[in-house]
Structure formats: structure tokens, C-alpha cells
Design a protein around this ligand. Structure first.
Ligand SMILES: Cc1cc2nc3c(=O)[nH]c(=O)nc-3n(C[C@H](O)[C@H](O)[C@H](O)COP(=O)(O)OP(=O)(O)OC[C@H]3O[C@@H](n4cnc5c(N)ncnc54)[C@H](O)[C@@H]3O)c2cc1C
Length: 170
């Protein structure tokens, strides 16, 4: 089992990784202890660690990776207007810092819409980001529950396909 920095479990929005490493360590210890108790320490027996992490906190961090890649692709001027006009709301910074799943409160929507009217060039990146986040979230929630080499290979290939256009944006 790989945890923490070695497993790329940092929060993409700001690079913090202590909480993820502690959480993953706790999860790995619980799964490992149970496997040892049953005298079965195969990859299959330890897989619940991977599934639980990737479909939970891993999904949240992957969504912030989308957020990071799209934000990085913007020009300085677009970034300024993203914040100044309220397309990006204070709650986004809070959610990313915790991290809580990427979400938008109903209360923040009018401000964001007004921001997008003032800066229509941001509409494309924001829509792309929202759609990619939904796709990534679904894909990570469906992380293989059981250890099966072929299924995992397919899952990884799909993840790479989803991220490929985003990685090229910057
Ligand atoms: C400058 C900086 C500031 C940061 N600030 C924050 C912050 O404010 N908040 C936050 O949450 N995160 C922060 N992080 C990230 C955080 O430090 C890491 O995410 C976290 O330490 C990961 O914990 P870890 O145990 O996985 O890895 P590490 O803390 O890197 O521990 C790995 C250990 O393994 C040792 N090691 C490596 N190779 C071997 C080997 N072959 N044999 C034996 N030992 C080995 C290393 O010496 C190290 O002690 C920061 C990182 C940096 C670089």
C-alpha cells in the first residue's frame, strides 16, 4: 500500500498533504490489520484501502486537479476577473482548503452569473471545468471495488483519457 506524498495524495489546489497522509495511513492500517488477522495479505485482500481512498477523498482531490488545471490555463487578466467579478466565490477557497467536494451553494449562484455576464470569455472554461469535474467525480466514485488487473487497467486508461485534454490546456 502506498500512502501520502508517495501516492500523490496532496490537495492539488494548494499542495497540502499532511491530512491526506494521516487519513490514508489510518485507512491503510485498518485494512492491513484486518488482512493480517485473517492471514490473507494478497493485493486482493488489501484492495479495500485503494477502493475506499480513491472513491472518497481521492475523488475529491481529483476534482480539485481539474479545477487547478483549468485555472492554470487562464491568463492573468482572466484570473483577476474570475475573482474580482465573483465567478469564483469565497466558498470555493474554503472548500478547496478543507477539502470539501467541489460544490456551489445556491446563495452564490446569482453573484457568479452576474460575474459571467461581465466576463463572458470565462463561460467556456467554467462550463468545461464543471463538466469535467462531474465526469471525474463519477469515474472515481466507480473506482474498481475488487482487485482485477484488467478492470483496473481500463479504469486507469479512462482516467488518463479524461485528464489528457485538461493537461494540455496549460
Ligand atoms: C515546503 C513545503 C511546505 C508544505 N506545507 C504544508 C502545509 O502547510 N500543510 C500540509 O498539510 N502539507 C504541507 N506540505 C506537504 C506535506 O509536507 C506532505 O504532503 C506530507 O509531509 C506527506 O507526508 P508523507 O509521510 O507521505 O511524506 P514525507 O513527510 O515526505 O515523509 C517521507 C519520509 O520518508 C523518508 N524517506 C524517503 N526515502 C527513504 C528511504 N529510501 N528510506 C528511508 N526513508 C526514506 C524521508 O526522509 C521522509 O522523512 C508541504 C510540503 C513542502 C515541501
Amino acid at each position: 500500500m502506498v500512502i501520502g506524498e508517495a501516492a500523490c495524495q496532496v490537495i492539488p489546489a494548494h499542495g497540502s498533504g499532511v491530512a491526506s497522509a494521516l487519513y490514508a495511513g489510518h485507512l491503510a492500517a485498518k485494512v492491513g490489520a484486518s488482512a493480517l488477522k485473517q492471514g490473507e495479505t494478497s493485493t486482493r485482500a488489501l484492495w479495500p484501502y485503494s477502493h475506499k481512498y480513491q472513491s472518497g477523498r481521492g475523488a475529491t482531490l481529483a476534482c480539485y486537479d481539474v479545477n487547478k488545471l483549468v485555472v492554470e490555463s487562464l491568463t492573468n487578466d482572466q484570473l483577476s476577473r474570475l475573482m474580482e467579478y465573483g465567478v469564483m466565490a469565497p466558498e470555493d477557497t474554503w472548500n478547496a482548503a478543507v477539502p470539501k467536494p467541489v460544490s456551489m451553494s445556491l446563495r452564490s449562484l446569482p453573484g457568479r452569473v452576474i460575474g459571467l455576464i461581465k466576463a463572458p470569455d470565462l463561460l467556456g472554461p467554467v462550463v468545461d471545468m464543471g463538466m469535467s469535474i462531474a465526469t471525474v467525480k463519477k469515474h472515481y466514485k466507480n473506482y474498481p471495488r475488487e482487485y482485477d488487473c484488467e478492470v483496473i487497467k481500463q479504469w486507469k486508461e479512462k482516467a488518463a483519457q479524461i485528464f489528457a485534454p485538461l493537461s494540455k490546456m496549460g
